[in-house]
Design a protein. Structure first.
Ligand SMILES: CC(C)(COP(=O)(O)OP(=O)(O)OC[C@H]1O[C@@H](n2cnc3c(N)ncnc32)[C@H](O)[C@@H]1OP(=O)(O)O)[C@@H](O)C(=O)NCCC(=O)NCCS
Length: 143
C-alpha cells in the first residue's frame, strides 16, 4: 500500500471521497487551501487510485487531525490505520508532543478506530457540528 503526500492531480478524487463520505463535506476551496498550505500533512492512500486520505495541521504544541476518510468499499482493510501510522510518525519526527482530533459522538466506528490506536476521549463539546451533534475531543500523547 502506498501512503504518500497528496499531489494536485489527486484533489478531484479526494473531493469525491469527501463528498461521498461526509454529510457536511469540506468545500473544495478549503481542501485547496489545505493542499496549498499544509501539503506535507495531507496524505493519500494510493492503491491504483485514491482510496483514502488524511488531512492534519500542526504546530510545536500539537498535531490536529482535521479529516480522515476511506472509500466505503475499501474499509476494514487497514487503510485508515496506515494513514494514521504515517501521520503519527511524521509528527513524532517533528517533536510534536500530542495529537488531537474531534469526532461525532454518534460515530462509534471512528471512536473505536481511534481508541484502537491509543487515542482517549477527553472533552465533550455540545453542539459542535453544523447539525447540532456533539463532539468528543480525543488525544494521544506521542512523546
Ligand atoms: C474511520 C475510518 C477512516 C477507518 O478506516 P478503515 O480503513 O476502515 O480502518 P482500518 O481498517 O485501518 O481499521 C483499523 C482499526 O480500527 C478498528 N475498526 C475498524 N473498523 C471497525 C469497525 N467497523 N468497528 C469497530 N472497530 C473498527 C479496528 O480496531 C481496526 O484495527 P484492526 O484492523 O487491528 O482490528 C473509516 O471507517 C471511514 O472512512 N469512516 C467514515 C469517515 C469517518 O467517520 N471519519 C472519521 C471522522 S472523525
Amino acid at each position: 500500500m502506498m501512503i504518500r503526500v497528496v499531489e494536485a492531480s489527486d484533489l478531484l478524487e479526494v473531493l469525491q471521497i469527501e463528498y461521498a463520505v461526509f454529510k457536511f463535506p469540506y468545500p473544495p476551496d478549503l481542501v485547496n487551501f489545505l493542499y496549498a498550505n499544509y501539503r506535507e500533512t495531507f496524505l493519500v492512500a494510493d492503491i491504483g487510485g485514491i482510496k483514502g486520505f488524511l488531512i492534519a495541521i500542526y504546530d510545536e504544541e500539537e498535531g490536529h487531525i482535521l479529516s480522515i476518510a476511506v472509500k466505503d468499499d475499501c474499509r476494514d482493510l487497514g487503510i485508515g490505520k496506515a494513514l494514521m501510522g504515517h501521520i503519527m510518525s511524521f509528527l513524532r519526527e517533528q517533536a510534536v508532543p500530542l495529537v488531537r482530533l474531534e469526532v461525532r459522538k454518534g460515530n462509534a466506528r471512528a471512536i473505536s478506530f481511534y481508541e484502537s490506536m491509543g487515542f482517549r476521549r477527553t472533552e465533550h463539546l455540545p453542539d459542535y457540528y453544523e447539525d447540532g451533534e456533539a463532539a468528543y475531543v480525543m488525544i494521544k500523547h506521542i512523546r
